[in-house]
Design a protein around this ligand. Structure first.
Ligand code: RRO
Length: 316
């Protein structure tokens, strides 16, 4: 019998044709382009940096306050603040490549055409491993622009991006859990050319300040993240993996330990993003990655891949 140890264990993962040495990624929006985290650990030691969703033009975002603490979680209402794609591609991506980080660029648009424009710009930049197409930002002015809540609009965005990107760069569609039938939206975007899915974006929520008796957030509603949403993420990943077992899933939602990451892998995730946990512990990604490796080895898995979706197997 071969004994599995840290040297022989295969921790690698893939999303479409993109290969990653390790499975723990940043969550889009929680580490900007990685500069703040780089003072705590080398970015090349994690699976990839998933950058904050960027739009075509620079954007100020929503009015303040933009954050609220909630039981076992937090709400954000950033509203896609960012430098715009041109500055981002000129400065942030070359810096990440210099750091030898694997880079997943996340894009967000207000129209199908804006996504296509963003894809055209990203296509020509070297050093990018995959493209996350965020069609589920909860903090847009008009809820009609949450493409991922509308099966037809989701398909149109992914179809438009796929036509521009061609066959090389894997497309990861980021979906919202705030829908009735997530598996059918997932099937639609895969059918339209996505290679993988990012599950889940934050859950739409709201806090009212009972002293002022008004909504706390400047944007009124916000995206709920942190441990409070982990069961929602596990459910979403489990349901989608059950419906589409061959589609890779980048899982996220309230992961703050190796055990939490393991839970998402068992549900069907091929990789796990860590977001909110990094705010309290900037070393969380590395801690979680090390804990996950130890758990997988202790459970007797020869590789990360052999654990993906394990919870779906019938007892033998
Ligand atoms: O910028 C944001 O407010 C934001 C985005 Br793009 C997203 O996808 N999810 C989220 O919780 N906030």
């Amino acid at each position: 019998m071969i004994s599995i140890n840290a040297e022989t264990f295969d921790f690698s993962t893939t999303l479409g044709n993109a290969f990653f040495n390790t499975p723990i990624f940043t969550a889009s929006g929680c580490a900007s382009s990685g500069k703040e985290l780089a003072q705590f650990f080398p970015l090349r030691d994690i699976g990839a940096v998933v950058t904050k969703s960027v739009m075509n033009k620079p954007r100020h975002g929503r009015p303040t306050p933009r954050m609220a603490e909630t039981p076992s979680g937090m709400l954000n209402s950033i509203g896609l603040q960012g430098p715009g794609i041109d500055a981002f591609l000129a400065k942030d991506v070359p810096w990440l490549v210099e750091e030898k980080a694997r880079v997943v660029v996340s894009i967000a648009g207000e129209t199908v055409e804006e996504y296509a424009t963003l894809a055209r710009k990203v296509r020509s930049v070297p050093g990018i491993s995959a493209l996350e197409v965020n069609i589920s930002c909860p903090n847009v002015e008009n809820r009609g622009l949450v493409f991922a809540c509308d099966p037809e609009a989701s398909r149109r965005v992914i179809d438009g991006v796929r036509r521009i990107i061609g066959g090389d760069l894997p497309i990861i569609a980021k979906l919202s859990p705030d829908v009735t039938d997530l598996a059918s939206i997932a099937a639609g975007v895969i059918d339209s050319g996505a290679d993988a899915l990012a599950l889940i974006n934050t859950v739409l929520g709201m806090v009212i300040n009972v002293d002022t008796m008004r909504p706390h957030l400047g944007g009124k509603t916000g995206g709920l993240s942190g441990p409070a949403i982990r069961p929602v993420a596990v459910r979403a990943i489990y349901q989608v993996h059950q419906a589409l077992p061959h589609v890779p899933i980048l899982g996220m939602g309230g992961v703050s330990s190796g055990r939490d990451a393991f839970e998402l892998i068992l549900a069907g995730a091929s990789g796990v993003s860590v977001g909110t946990a990094s705010f309290g512990n900037p070393h969380a990604l590395i801690d979680i990655q090390n804990q996950l490796r130890e758990i997988l080895i202790a459970k007797g898995f020869p590789s990360l891949k052999s654990a993906i979706g394990y919870a779906h197997r019938s007892e033998s």
